[in-house]
Structure formats: C-alpha cells, structure tokens
Write a protein that binds this ligand. Structure first.
Ligand SMILES: [Zn+2]
Length: 223
C-alpha cells in the first residue's frame, strides 16, 4: 500500500505502510553536543533505529555526531542549512541552495546524499516544493509530534507521543535546536526511555524510516 498523501503542490509522506505493527522515530534540529550524545546512548541501549533531520550548519559544527549516527545505523536526512524562520517567503532558488549546501556537508561526512527532507516548522510552499523536485528530495512529515521544540516537560512529551503510538506512526521529537532557540533538550531525553518501552509494551516494532515509508533514505552519487 502506498503511503503517499497528495497535497496540492506535491507529495508528502506521513504515515508509514501499515499492517505490520511498526513505527519510526525521528529527531529534528540537531545535532547538538550533549543532547544528541545522550539520545544516541539511549537509542543504542534499546537497539532502536532513528532518523535525524539535521540542520546543515549544526552538522558542520559537530561532524563527529553525524559520523556516530551513521555508524550506529541511524538515517541522516536534510532539514535545511540555516532553519531560518522567515524562509517561507523565499524563492525556490533560496531553497535549492539550502538543500544542496546541507546535502554537501552530509555527503562530505558520511559519503551519502540524503533523499529525505523535512521543511522547518512544517511549512510547505510552492517555492520549497519546487526546490524539492529540483534537488530530488521526498517531503517527510510525521503523524505525531512531541511539541518539544518549545519549553515543555517530560510528562507532556510522553503523553503526546504515547497517545500517538500506533501502526505506521512517525514520531517527531527534537534532539537539537535552531540558532535562535534556547530550548532545554532535557524533557525530550528524559521521556525517551519510557516512550521506547511503551512502544515495546504495545509490540510496536521500531523500524527505519525508509523501510516504514517504503522510500529511499539516500540517493546515488554526489550532490
Ligand atoms: Zn526544525
């Protein structure tokens, strides 16, 4: 069964292929020294594969964390270079630059070019949709988000996400933060073990996002 949802200016991937009691976990806005290390430690302990939609300039600052993500079996995806809040007003040429620059830094670290993209703040515009077509990225959203990009608590993160744990779910949390944000990543980190255990209790299998959505995580060749 296809998981594509047609929006008026391009396809969006949200829920995964259902019927096998699987879910995927995704993290946005990283990497961030300390927080991303802690999250990678927890994922390793529970043997759970995740996808990191990284901000290019954060990746450039912390290439070792990108290396670690890849070496521990996680997927690295594109979340723009600068995560600029006013980017929704920019033309497609801006988006193409943001996407390619981020692809380039990721390729320089892991030797692979991401094929998945998530626009900042989930804002899709005709301009960024056109850029995704030009650069060859699939638009990947989620079925339930933690709302942890702003101040929150472990309990709130957990309540939101456990309520969204179902077949084909794609969960969105944050390991990092955009340049303008001072958010505290601790509630996310503290909620993660209980979230992974809740999924296990429901016999939901943590699944790499490319398998769950049945699309490619990377594309061939250089940027
Ligand atoms: Zn973001």
């Amino acid at each position: 069964m296809s998981v594509k949802r047609r929006a008026w200016f391009g396809d969006v991937y949200e829920r995964g292929v259902v019927g096998q009691n699987r879910y995927a976990i995704t993290f946005d806005d990283g990497p961030l020294e300390g927080a991303t290390d802690d999250i990678l430690d927890i994922l390793k302990q529970y043997a759970v594969p995740a996808t990191f939609f990284v901000i290019g300039q954060n990746a450039a600052r912390s290439p070792k964390l990108i290396e670690r993500m890849a070496s521990e079996g996680h997927i690295i995806a594109n979340h723009t270079w600068s995560h600029w809040r006013l980017s929704m007003f920019c033309p497609s040429s801006y988006w193409v630059r943001e996407l390619r620059r981020t692809d380039e830094i990721i390729h320089s670290i892991i030797g692979k070019t991401p094929a998945m993209f998530r626009p900042p703040m989930a804002v899709r515009t005709p301009s960024n949709s056109k850029a995704m077509r030009i650069t060859g990225h699939a638009c990947v959203m989620w079925t339930r988000r933690a709302m942890d990009g702003v101040a929150t608590t472990k309990e709130r993160v957990l309540n939101r996400l456990v309520g969204g744990l179902d077949d084909g779910a794609v969960l969105l949390l944050h390991d990092g933060r955009e340049a303008a944000s001072r958010r505290d990543p601790r509630p996310t980190i503290e909620a993660l073990p209980a979230l992974l255990e809740a999924a296990r209790d429901r016999s939901l299998k943590p699944t790499p996002l490319d398998e769950l959505l049945d699309i490619a995580a990377y594309r061939d060749g250089a940027v």
